[in-house]
Ligand binder design. Structure first.
Ligand SMILES: [Zn+2]
Length: 278
């Protein structure tokens, strides 16, 4: 099968993503890549239709994905999102998968993917349902198309389920929904190296760091005030990494005790422990 898979939204330009306890685009970036890898491992032809960053308008970003899939002649179009409705939500909101109202094939895929998401522990929001808003990705694609919204970024219990199952399980559930086949162990290249506790040597990753003088907006300090950050990471070596969203820190490989100390020192800046630093 020829499957076009795209990550929703852009880091730059007008096609912005939502943000809650996690950032939609970061979650989608992780799981859509694993979906692509897993589908390929099962022998499917997959085209990544995510546009390269280019400060795009919303319609340009949408049309790029749609045109790529149409020109390639995909059999199925898969758009990877994460949902958002409120600023904050205490509890579970759950999953939904959209399809075009006139597409019985799309409906079938949506129902199967949705039921795999339920199996992961997400509750049903609207479940598999026909788009009534006339979304471009639904209306303008020539093939069955689904928009996957596995959970809500602001819902505490949704994010807890996501953190518990991880990106690989999320991706594998979606793949099973699409193809009906489990991703075999070892097939998926994207091994989730995230660990819950520092119970082995690991790297510590921070959240995006605040910019500005002493971490406050300041016209003279546009980047990160390194002298302000340094005391939180005493005694270890670390590097700064960046993407278009911001900068974060990755430490050198630390023994569990030191990793825990750095986590405590970072406080709300702590993001996660990882067993590899890729
Ligand atoms: Zn979205």
């Amino acid at each position: 099968m020829k499957i076009a898979v795209g990550r929703c939204h852009q880091y730059t330009g007008e096609d912005g993503a939502s943000q809650g306890l996690v950032k939609e685009i970061d979650v989608a970036e992780k799981y859509y890549k694993l979906v692509i890898e897993g589908l390929r491992s099962q022998g499917h032809e997959v085209l990544d239709v995510t546009p390269p960053e280019a400060n795009r308008s919303l319609s340009n970003s949408l049309n790029y994905r749609i045109e790529k899939a149409n020109n390639w002649g995909a059999d199925l179009f898969v758009s990877c999102h994460v949902n958002n409705a409120y600023k904050e939500f205490n509890g579970a909101m759950g999953c939904e998968v959209l399809y075009h109202r006139n597409s019985s094939k799309g409906k079938e895929y949506a129902e199967k993917v949705n039921s795999e998401l339920l199996n992961l522990g997400f509750v049903k929001h609207q479940g598999a349902y026909a788009d009534t808003r006339g979304l471009a990705e639904m209306n303008n694609t020539d093939m069955p198309a689904i928009i996957i919204e596995p959970f809500f970024v602001e819902a505490t219990e949704d994010v807890a389920v996501y953190n518990r199952v991880g990106d690989t399980a999320l991706a594998n559930a979606i793949i099973k929904g699409i193809t009906g086949q489990e991703v075999q162990k070892g097939e998926s290249v994207g091994v989730n190296s995230k660990i819950e506790e520092a119970n082995q040597n690991c790297y510590v990753l921070s959240e995006y760091l605040p910019t500005g003088y002493l971490g406050h907006p300041n016209t003279d300090f546009q980047g990160i005030d390194i002298e302000y950050i340094r005391p939180y990471l005493l005694g270890v070596r670390w590097e700064v990494r960046h993407n278009t969203f911001g900068q974060w820190i990755v430490t050198e490989l630390l023994d569990p005790e030191t990793a825990k100390n750095i986590r405590n020192s970072l406080g709300s800046w702590f993001c996660e422990f990882r067993t590899n630093n890729k």
